[in-house]
Every structure is written in C-alpha cells, then in structure tokens.
Design a protein around this ligand. Sequence first.
Ligand code: FE2
Length: 250
Amino acid sequence: MTPEIDDAFAAIRSEHGPDSLVRVEQMLAAGKGDRHPLQKGAKWILPGISQQPWHDPYGHPELAPVVHALEADHAAIKKELETAWEARRQAFSDYEHYLSRQSDWQALYLFRNGGLVNESADTVPTAFRILKEEAVDTGTLCPLLECHFSTLLPGAAIAPHSDLWNFSINLHLAVDIPEECGITVAGETRSWEEGKCLLFDYSFEHEAWNRGARPRTCLLVDLWHPETTVPERKALVVAITEIRKLMGEG
Ligand SMILES: [Fe+2]
C-alpha cells in the first residue's frame, strides 16, 4: 500500500466506519489460493461476493433501470449502430483487451479512461444518453473500466479467459445478433437474444464466438457488482488507480 492509498482509506473509514473496507484490505493482501477454480485467471477477487457466474439482468434493483432503458430503446440503438458501422467506420478500433489485441474484434467506445467519450455522443446518441443518465450519473458504472459497442466479425472467437476482477459485472445488450453466435461462462453456454440483456461475472472463465455470416454487435457496460458497497467502490477506485500507476499502466 502506498501513502496515497493509506490516506484515502483512512478518510473513507472515518466517513463510513472502521470496518467499511475490511473486504478490500483482504483482497489486496490475499494470494490466489482461496478461489473458485474458474476464477484463477482473475487478478483480484473481492471476498464475500457471491460466486455466481450468470445473473438475472432484472434481478438487481440498482441495475434494473439501465437494463430496462437499453432494452426499451434497442431499435434506435441498433439503427444508430448500423449507421455508424457503414458511414463512420473510423470511429471503431481494434479491441485492446489487456490480454491481447484482435483486428476481428472492433470496438466503438462510449466510456473509457475514467470518462465519457464525447465524440460518441453524435455517433450513437441513444446509447450515449442512456449510458450517461442511467449508469454514469447514477454511479452504477465502474469508472475503472469502460462501455463500448463490441463487434465480432464473422469467424471471430474470443479465447477462454478471466477478466480482471469480480467487483464489477458485465452487462451485454444484444444489439445485432446473427445465427451461430454464443458465449460460455463457467461452462454454461447461452445465446444473445436481440434486444435483450445478459449479465455475468466475468472473473469466471468465459469465451465467445461468431460463426455466423455477418458481424455480431453487443453494447458492453462494466457496472459495479451490486454486492459492493459505496465505501468499497470509493476505495477500489483509489487503490486500482494507484496500482495501475505503479505498474506503469497510466
Ligand atoms: Fe472477457
């Protein structure tokens, strides 16, 4: 821990109580031993979070508003995405996963590096507005991560991997879904249903593929796991930001 982390944690504890950061401290001190086997690849596991790979997207009151808003405006979101893909392809870039970069996986970012990507407000206005109003302004988006349209080209496959941690959770709005696409999380395979959301804990090993004839696009949103508390979220932003700086990750 650095002096910056110690000072920030002390301030959070004085506001929220002496035990408010116990789980975060345990996470930062822990090794990788005491984990579900399918979470071994993740960097950080906050103890006490339910070990549940797939979630009901409507099952968490904090997250339901963004789920309902995205699904209600799916038609407009899809139309704007199609226009962007045809007319503003330069707005998309190779997706840079922290593990790899894939040219058959294209991304159009709406939130990245701690803030909204304002250039996307004109390109995909409906998704941008809903993201801002229902996730960013409400504090449900995890600002350590991002939101993007994720386009998997025909034939693309994302190899099995775990993402960074379990204290955020990944929401997918199925925007444009051809046949022969799927995603497996912790051994359970599901398909995207266009206009509907999937929600899963991506610290569990997962993989995805598009064996269809046209691109597959989902809108991906990194939300705070609903079992994290406000003081934990404050502490995690400070700690992970400091750790990234120390690791030279900006
Ligand atoms: Fe992933």
